[in-house]
Design a protein around this ligand. Structure first.
Ligand code: RAM
Length: 346
């Protein structure tokens, strides 16, 4: 009896702890914190099991807590548009005031997101955009041109501007990775890179096991491969592990977009001498404040709109292509000189 009571108490404590913590990576997690009529702000990330996405949600939570809203976080088990569509429809029923989404497809979410906007919900994308008609504004981590160019220049330096390279990406539909790959391909046309050849773009789907097997397949199919560019935090860590395990350090070079916390050992060992990224918590945090500004009517999402994004300071909406965006900053390089300091941050 005593034991049963204790179990119930522990369970109660666990549940109340969970309820207080609004970030979760389960397939459809909802904050159950006592809301007292608070407005519900929702974020949908690409999928579970990716520390980058968890940090994105963490930043979003922080912003929404600061502004006094209730957070709903959602992450599908698989990085698919179908799973995200279902989540959008659930959020419409839950009468959230805002949805921020890191999209698994640029176009497929349009009907669901349009339905949300027609219901008065403020819709933004972050990290991986939906098309301009499906959102009010996009929160972009960095200029895709800067990301694509720096990736090519980094791998080029590592292989002395000569030899075969491959790209190991996330999903084939990911808006963010595809925009960076497009810039990488364009950059490779520069005469500076004339002795380099892109032999393959492979997709690890932001899943660790698939990224591992795709890396192994690249190494097998292209025995002369000199370098891999992995513009996904999951892919670059998986490729680093494969190169380490196969003793290919120095034979096949690696760069990409990596979390310093996950890449520190590989940078220290020299399997990858440099990767780039931005702070995913800041991406989420900026999305939180952008959502609030739309809900409060401080901005409407049109170019020239200005607002204060908490500790990130003043931000302005700009036109990019057919839509508008809010830019976080520039990609940052992590290498042997700074990795020890950054691995503790994110
Ligand atoms: C993965 C995801 C994310 C991307 C980073 C670089 O974690 O695909 O969307 O921004 O990599």
């Amino acid at each position: 009896m005593k034991k049963a009571l204790l179990t119930m108490m522990v369970l109660g404590l666990t549940l109340s702890t969970l309820a207080g913590c609004s970030t979760s990576s389960s397939s459809s997690s909802t904050s159950t914190a006592a809301t007292g009529g608070k407005q519900k702000y929702a974020i949908i990330v690409k999928n579970t099991g990716n520390p980058y996405n968890e940090k994105e949600m963490e930043g979003y939570n922080k912003a929404i807590e600061e502004i006094g809203g209730e957070v709903i976080t959602k992450a599908p088990d698989q990085p698919t548009a179908e799973a995200q569509i279902q989540m959008i429809n659930e959020l419409i029923t839950q009468k959230v005031v805002s949805i921020a989404i890191a999209a698994n497809d640029p176009d497929a979410l349009q009907p669901a997101l349009k339905k949300a906007m027609a219901a008065g919900i403020k819709v933004i994308s972050l990290d991986s955009a939906v098309n301009a008609d499906s959102r009010m504004v996009h929160v972009n981590q960095a200029d895709p041109n800067a990301i694509g160019r720096v990736e090519i220049e980094t791998i080029a330096k590592m292989i002395d501007y000569k030899g075969e390279i491959a790209i190991l990406s996330a999903t084939s539909q990911a808006t963010n990775q595809n925009s960076w790959i497009e810039v990488m391909k364009k950059t490779l046309q520069d005469s500076k890179y004339k002795d380099m050849k892109l032999v393959k773009v492979a997709f690890g789907d932001d899943l660790r096991d698939k990224s591992v097997s795709e890396t192994e397949a690249l190494l097998k199919t292209y025995p002369n491969l000199k370098g891999i560019v992995a513009p996904s935090t999951v892919a670059v860590a998986a490729a680093a592990k494969v190169l380490t395990d196969k003793g290919l350090k120095g034979k096949v070079q690696l760069t990409g977009l990596g979390l310093p916390s996950e890449m520190a050992d590989y940078i220290t060992s020299g399997v990858s001498t440099a990767v780039h990224l931005w702070n995913p918590m800041d991406v989420g945090y900026l999305a939180g404040y952008t959502s609030e500004a739309l809900v409060k009517g401080t901005i409407t999402g049109k170019a020239g709109d200005k607002f204060k994004a908490g500790t990130l300071g003043d931000k302005e909406v700009i036109t990019v292509g057919k839509g508008t965006e809010i830019m976080l900053g520039d990609p940052f390089e992590f290498n042997a000189s700074n990795i020890d300091q950054w691995k503790k941050v994110y």
